[in-house]
Design a protein around this ligand. Structure first.
Ligand SMILES: *[C@@H]1O[C@H](CO)[C@@H](O)[C@H](O)[C@H]1NC(C)=O
Ligand SMILES: *[C@@H]1O[C@H](CO)[C@@H](O)[C@H](O)[C@H]1NC(C)=O
Ligand SMILES: *[C@@H]1O[C@H](CO)[C@@H](O)[C@H](O)[C@H]1NC(C)=O
Length: 480
């Protein structure tokens, strides 16, 4: 079913790309991998960094529960109404569709009333812990672009850990801890994302913000992706250029938002009181009506299309790259080492295409992009590229090896606000400006701008809003 949808979208994509230049070239969304341009030598291809749209990733995952028989209803059992221990005539019965609560109901359409939800068996074996792992697997590297949101139909759990894997489930790292009492549950001081900064954005925290029992109305738990983006792009994510610049140069930051699997470890259900009511253990269980995960296939900036075929996501690689994540050069295109595309220079980035192997060509092909010497970025001040992030997280070697991109030139990649391009590797900015393309007021960095410039977080003509659309994947004809 998805396949046909993908194919038709793919057909649309092919149509669009064969029409050439469907989008203005000026401020890209990274949504085209190449366009034809006209030069004195005629038509030539211009290659650029590209990525798939951000989309609802829950359509493409596999879910696994541990223990496998933890879903309620087999055998049928009664449970108490949420929050009311004296109404215990609700029934879960896996063999009756109207009374069953299978895991799929976490990912179906919400908006019905009452909502549909997965539900666990009740805590009848108290005091043995009631623990459930819900593992979501994509079998594909994906990049998260929006908050992970989990809606609990009963109370939110007293203790929970969100974990992630980057290697298809072989190893796991905590992403965030959730508890009504972080110190008691995990020996961690409670924090919220708002307590973090650019320097500490990668810190794994325990939060108490989302863990109250029956008594509060909110059913929702967040893992805050956007708040973390905001440390770089500003509170309204206006300065996406700055975020993209950071993602480009700091592998640890990029990896932080990248996963192949997620695991929700439910460790203790909502109790809502200090003591567990042992006479009414049918009050305690987990129930989840919705899980939201927004992201995009990671294609290393070498593809805009990600195909779902045979229950598997695969990037449709351009730039003569190949592999599920476009992570290597095609055969006969190994004329230089593979390298991911780059968001820089804003707005079109750099494709870093694979070029024909020396042996397979007669005369070297002409490329209309320049590949400046690798040593260039090493020389340029890494602080310029990664202004605030703790530099201990990124060695200068990493920075140097990662980028071969032009940061600026005098044709398409202009330094802004009167900056001048120095050797294609950095913009020399007027004293009042900073940022990769001099797009930022220096006083904003220091937080000392006058109040009226405070809202000018995005300079005039900034790509920020357009890039925001690209990143957060709002309406576009190519959403898959
Ligand atoms: C859940 O997964 C963790 C590892 O991520 C494992 O240590 C734990 O035993 C699992 N719990 C259950 C109930 O399967
Ligand atoms: C990739 O290779 C094909 C030939 O197989 C060539 O026509 C095309 O221009 C190449 N693309 C890039 C981005 O180098
Ligand atoms: C790259 O740098 C090396 C040493 O710094 C130099 O010898 C070489 O000519 C440079 N190549 C280009 C294309 O600039």
């Amino acid at each position: 079913m998805y396949l046909s949808r993908f194919l038709s979208i793919h057909a649309l994509w092919v149509t669009v790309s064969s029409v050439m230049q469907p989008y203005p070239l000026v401020w890209g969304h990274y949504d085209v991998c190449k366009t034809q341009i006209y030069t004195e030598e005629g038509k030539v291809w211009d290659y650029m960094a590209c990525q798939p749209e951000s989309t609802d990733m829950t359509k493409y995952l596999k879910v696994k529960l541990d223990p496998p028989d933890i879903t309620c209803g087999d055998p049928p059992e009664t449970f108490c109404a949420m929050g009311n221990p004296y109404m215990c005539n609700n029934e879960c019965d896996a063999s009756t569709p109207e009374l069953a609560h299978p895991p799929e109901l976490m990912f179906d359409f919400e908006g019905r009333h009452p909502s549909t939800f997965w539900q666990s068996a009740t805590w009848k074996e108290y005091p043995k812990p009631l623990q459930v792992n819900i593992t979501l697997s994509w079998s594909k590297t994906i990049e998260l672009t929006d908050n992970i949101v989990i809606t609990f139909e009963s109370g939110r759990p007293d203790q929970m850990i969100l974990e992630k894997s980057l290697d298809y489930g072989r190893t796991w790292q905590p992403y965030q801890y959730y508890a009504t009492d972080c110190l008691d549950a995990f020996h961690m001081d409670p924090k919220s994302v708002k307590d973090l900064s650019q320097h500490t954005v990668l810190e794994i925290i325990c939060t108490e913000e989302y863990s109250t029992g029956y008594m509060t109305n909110s059913k929702i738990i967040h893992f805050e992706i956007k708040d973390r983006f905001a440390f770089f792009a500003g509170p309204w994510l206006r300065n996406m250029a700055s975020l993209y610049g950071q993602l480009d140069t700091t592998k640890k930051l990029r990896d932080f938002f990248t996963v192949t699997d997620l695991r929700i470890r439910l460790l203790r259900p909502a109790v809502g009181e200090i003591f567990v009511d042992e006479l009414h253990l049918a009050r305690y269980f987990y129930a989840i009506s919705d899980i939201k995960v927004h992201g995009r296939c990671k294609c290393n900036l070498h593809a805009t299309v990600c195909v779902y075929d045979n229950s598997k996501l695969t990037c449709e690689c351009e730039h003569n790259t190949t592999g599920p994540d476009c992570g290597k050069c095609k055969k006969n295109y190994q004329g230089r080492p593979w390298s991911p595309g780059s968001y820089l220079p804003i707005p079109k980035g750099t494709a870093n295409t694979c070029i024909p192997s020396i042996s397979s060509i007669g005369t070297p092909p002409k490329f209309n992009r320049i590949w400046p010497n690798i040593s260039s970025l090493e020389v340029s001040n890494p602080k310029q590229v990664a202004p605030k992030l703790a530099l201990s997280t990124v060695s200068s070697v990493q920075v140097a090896n990662h980028k071969r991109a032009n940061v600026c030139d005098n044709e398409l990649l202009h330094c802004q606000n009167g900056g001048t391009c120095h050797n294609n590797v950095r913009c020399l900015c007027p004293a009042a400006y900073t940022g990769i393309l001099c797009e930022k007021l220096r006083c904003e960095e220091a937080g000392s701008c006058g109040s009226d410039s405070g809202q000018g977080a995005a300079p005039r003509g900034s790509p920020a809003l357009l890039l925001l659309t690209a990143l957060l994947g709002t309406a576009s004809p190519l959403v898959f």
